[in-house]
Design a protein around this ligand. Structure first.
Ligand code: SF4
Length: 254
């Protein structure tokens, strides 16, 4: 069920799958054999996001089942992680013709499905595969520079990797993929640290005498921005690239 593209209210991953399989919101539905909503655990704490289905995925309605999928499985096995531990999907759920890049209007039309999948799964780690998937979250990202880095995105970990298809075409990229994926366990650990409650300051264990109170220095109170706009700009939409000193970065689609 949906209240419109901007406020989808699907209540489960399965329901999104059903809606995607009958979706005609963009031109990609005309050439598909099957839509590919995604597969894996509905309790996954890791979501892996590719760009769009290829030929084999379109034929079977499942993500990453061709040669790219085989390489992805090999990469995950090195960690080790199996598909049942993760949820795998794509930015667009129907195959672009001749495996071309998805067009902006196709990405926009398909956006509510990925957005709602993210809301329902609430993953701690987002693994993007390839440039286009990275750009959905990080407009200024460059896959050649950011691959294998552990980044923060809205209280989660963003972990960009090259697309396995690029690894199949280029042995150097495949080798880099094999090295980068070894950082995935650390990305998971970092996501756990990120979601852990902040330590509480120690509480005074004894009563404070009046003379001690008189000796207490006055604590300065942090200034609150006078305008609501100034405050909201420093909200949850901050992006921090931990691997550089540049600090805040521009956000992607969500
Ligand atoms: S790509 Fe997405 S928006 Fe376009 S038809 Fe397929 S499911 Fe619908």
């Amino acid at each position: 069920m949906t209240t419109g593209d901007t406020r989808p209210s699907w209540t489960s991953i399965e329901e999104i799958g059903d809606v995607v399989r009958s979706c005609t919101k963009c031109a990609l539905h005309k050439g598909r054999v099957n839509a590919v909503p995604g597969s894996g655990s509905a309790n996954a704490r890791i979501i892996i996001i590719g760009e769009g289905p290829g030929f084999n995925e379109d034929q079977q309605g499942l993500p990453f089942i061709g040669r790219s999928g085989k390489l992805l499985d090999e990469l995950l096995a090195a960690v080790p992680i199996v598909r049942d531990d993760v949820f795998i999907t794509n930015v667009v759920k129907c195959r672009p013709p001749d495996n071309r890049d998805p067009l902006p209007d196709e990405v926009i039309a398909c956006r509510p499905y990925l957005k709602r999948q993210m809301e329902l799964l609430d993953p701690r780690v987002i693994v993007t595969l390839g440039r286009h998937s990275l750009l959905r979250f990080y407009h200024e990202g460059k896959i050649s520079k950011d691959h294998g880095k552990i980044l923060r995105w809205e209280g989660r970990i963003l972990f960009p990797l090259y697309h396995p298809a690029a690894g199949l075409r280029n042995p150097a990229i495949k080798k880099q993929l094999q090295e980068d994926v070894l950082q995935l366990p650390e990305a998971v650990r970092e996501s756990i640290r990120l979601s852990a409650p902040a330590p509480q300051p120690p509480q005074p264990s004894t009563e404070v005498s009046e003379s001690q109170i008189a000796e207490q220095p006055t604590q300065p109170i942090a200034e609150v921005p006078e305008t609501p706009e100034a405050g909201t700009q420093l909200s949850e939409t901050q992006f921090t690239n931990e691997t550089t000193e540049k600090g805040d970065r521009q956000l992607g689609m969500f």
